[in-house]
Design a binder for this molecule. Structure first.
Ligand code: ATP
Ligand code: MG
Length: 399
């Protein structure tokens, strides 16, 4: 049994991993601990770890810094700066009083939330009452309000030790990164695609990103915004490199511009992107693609067009935002940090005036054959540049 060393620490709670069978849970917990360790190490922090059921404790480094890093790790439900005590109701009560004295501040009301496992001669309620009475005696003027308190004090008592804390910092939840394989995320400078990539990461997928650029001179460069999105995403997998391939599809767009009928431009463009993605994914041993598509958002994202577009991919395409409202995406983008209040002009120079909202695959195939765009794929992919982001910084890989 792990006995917790008394003193200041950071407590991390992890949730869904607990629904798994024993071997899977062990594997997922190990991955979670490894991810935490790498993220902390990449920030120069090497706290000691103690793993208990549903909780991991980190001791011996500045708690604020440790908590800030851990609150951005997938698989973590929340983190709290806490005080660890010996497994004894008296010790826990003393630590709770000390914490309330230090941090209850101007609070007029408080509540104790107690949790007890094991035989300490009292129930959880009795523990809460004991701690509550001690706080009432130590902090004059404060009263108990269990329904809507200004200040909440959490007390946990187990054979492994006591834990006291008063603030839970929410973390993203989900599954530990790396437990669900790898996905190739199609990344743009826009709002949707980084949110989609983040959601796949949240569910445990490692991401490799692909950006398709228009080529020189065609509208404003999409690269700076895409690199910005990549850099911010890398803050959610600290300690691990996040790779991006940037493919210059200028030769493809030149052919597209020559089309007599421009109504199918977006369908052709998105099919080309999925083909490029499939090729890259196969080269990198990646099993699926991910996009920020959202039902009905633009002409290329009607159900009919998405079916035709999907058929160009040789591997599954995941679209985590398919049912979101725009406002829900924006709210999530703000939380992730990718929402740009002043994004500048990101409009695509190739979008036609009246894009088709439906298309027939046989007609689209005929157009693709007449343009000969498939033949361009290997060259465009072969010339792609590679960037790597780590902890918010991006570098270009040579050459
Ligand atoms: P976003 O959807 O990310 O806000 P967007 O509006 O420019 O950007 P859409 O036209 O909605 O993109 O395209 C749908 C999806 O196609 C994007 O979410 C993204 O996954 C992918 N995509 C779009 N443009 C590019 C690009 N230049 N390179 C790679 N993928 C792209
Ligand atoms: Mg979009």
């Amino acid at each position: 049994m792990t006995v917790l060393p008394p003193g200041p620490a950071v407590m991390l709670r992890y949730g869904e991993v607990f629904l798994k069978s024993d071997p899977v849970r062990r594997e997922f917990t190990n991955t979670l601990v490894r991810n935490c360790r790498e993220a902390l190490r990449s920030e120069g922090l090497s706290p000691a770890e103690r793993i208990t059921r549903g909780r991991i404790f980190f001791c011996g480094e500045p708690a604020g810094q440790v908590a800030a890093v851990l609150s951005r790790i997938f698989g973590v439900v929340d983190v709290a700066e806490c005080t660890l005590t010996p497994p004894d109701p008296g010790a826990v009560t003393e630590a709770a009083v000390a914490r309330a004295r230090a941090s209850a501040g101007p609070a007029k009301t408080f509540a104790v939330r107690a949790r007890r496992e094991g035989d300490f001669g009292m129930t959880s309620q009795e523990l809460a009452a004991r701690v509550g009475s001690a706080v009432l005696a130590a902090c004059p003027g404060i009263t108990v309000d269990l329904d809507n308190p200004d200040y909440e004090l959490y007390v946990e008592l187990r054979q492994t030790g006591g834990v006291v804390y008063d603030r839970r910092i929410p973390a993203p939840g989900g599954l530990p990164l790396g437990t669900q394989g790898r996905v190739l995320a199609l990344l743009s400078p826009g709002i949707d695609s980084p949110v989609a990539a983040w959601l796949m990461m949240k569910r445990g997928c490692e991401i490799v990103a692909l950006h398709v650029s228009h080529g020189d001179g065609e509208g404003p460069s999409t690269l700076p915004g895409t690199l910005r999105n990549l850099a911010i995403l890398s803050g959610w997998c600290r300690g691990f490199p996040l790779r991006l391939f940037v493919a210059d599809a200028g030769p493809f767009y030149e052919k597209l511009a020559g089309l007599h009928n421009q109504r199918f431009t977006c369908v052709l463009c998105k099919r080309f992107m999925l083909r490029l993605g499939t090729l890259l994914a196969r080269r990198e041993g990646i099993a699926a693609l991910c996009t920020g598509d959202n039902l009905g958002q633009v002409a290329s994202q009607t159900l009919a067009n998405m079916v035709v577009i999907s058929n160009a991919a040789g591997i599954p395409v995941f679209r985590p935002l398919i049912t979101f409202d725009k406002q829900e995406i924006v709210t999530l983008a703000r939380k992730i940090g990718t929402f740009d209040e002043r994004p500048g002009d990101l409009s695509c120079p190739f979008v036609p005036g009246v894009p088709a909202t439906t298309s027939r695959e046989d007609e689209i195939r005929t157009l693709e054959e007449s343009l000969g765009t498939d033949a361009l794929l290997p060259g465009i992919l072969g010339n792609a540049l590679e960037y790597v982001a780590c902890n918010g910084g991006v570098t270009r890989r040579s050459p």
